[in-house]
Design a protein around this ligand. Sequence first.
Ligand SMILES: [Zn+2]
Length: 139
Amino acid sequence: MSPEYTKPVPVPQPESDHYWEQAKSGKLVFQKCSDCDSVQFYPRILCVACSSRSLDWIESSGKGTLFTFAIAHVPPHPGFREDLPYITAIVELEQGVKMPSQVIGIEPDPDLLHIGMPLEVVFEEISESISLPKFRPAE
Ligand SMILES: [Zn+2]
């Protein structure tokens, strides 16, 4: 990890190892239940809808829309102070799953953001094993 990266770093769990491996190679994946067809994020060992353990990994197109957002003006951790203000968001992927992330590549101005705006994933490499999915405005 680069010494200047001062934010908290995700700690992969057994159920999320595949997710982080895919993210490292530039692919965004989520889980789909083969028993009830529900999709879910974050990775879990059980389907949150029916408790099945029959979960498949689905590769996202990386495209989605802004479901909701907030502009952070107070850092949740000292490592985020230099980024203020920034956009936290829930992004709804094309396949229907929603995930928390950040929107980058646009000023954190509520007049520039609108619910439903198209977004696409980009990955920020923060260490040798972790790349974080973030989203930027798409055409
Ligand atoms: Zn299910």
